[in-house]
Ligand binder design. Structure first.
Ligand SMILES: Cc1cc2nc3c(=O)[nH]c(=O)nc-3n(C[C@H](O)[C@H](O)[C@H](O)COP(=O)(O)O)c2cc1C
Length: 152
């Protein structure tokens, strides 16, 4: 029996919706990654802001409350929108905040078409002591896709 936590970052709500759907299917808790800075409302301004973050390796400060009993979770389902073919820097901030040793990480993303592959590679680099599975693109998801994804 796994103890699963769904962690996600979502700028405009699409990934949040998928995270909530997975949470309902698995009866698992969710945790939203929240940044101190507010990203711009418009798509184009968010592109400019996040491009600057990637270029300067800026990791935005997080304001979400610490996850209680983090050590008790053995599976982290980590959701985010693809930004510039990879995960947003807010996800990097999150990954640097916790110790993932011995945990399994299952990345899932929403995107305009890009896959999760580059993000999964980055997560592997950032969490060398975790088992990071291949990511899935989850622009839509259902019960059977979830069980196929998480099967042992
Ligand atoms: C800054 C930025 C960069 C993006 N880069 C990509 C990309 O490289 N590939 C892609 O398919 N979609 C890209 N998108 C589209 C988002 O991944 C997509 O709209 C996502 O589902 C939004 O999720 P959210 O509502 O949870 O924020 C980008 C969007 C933004 C705002």
């Amino acid at each position: 029996m796994h103890n699963t936590l769904i962690v996600y970052f979502s700028k405009s709500g699409r990934t949040k919706k998928i995270a909530e759907q997975i949470s309902q299917e698995l009866a698992a808790s969710t945790h939203e990654i929240l940044t101190e800075k507010k990203y711009p409302k418009t798509y184009i301004m968010t592109i400019l802001e996040s491009r600057k973050e990637f270029k300067n390796n800026e990791k935005p400060a997080l304001i979400d409350a610490p996850i209680e009993n983090f050590a008790s979770y053995d599976r982290i389902l980590l959701g985010f929108p693809v930004w510039f073919w990879t995960c947003p820097m807010a996800v990097v901030s999150f990954l640097e905040k916790y110790d993932f040793t011995g945990k399994e990480i299952f990345p899932f993303c929403t995107s305009g078409g890009s896959s999760c592959d580059k993000a999964a590679a980055k997560i592997r680099e950032l969490c060398p002591t975790a088992k990071v599975h291949d990511g899935i693109k989850a622009n839509s998801i259902d019960k059977s896709k979830i069980s196929e994804w998480l099967k042992d």
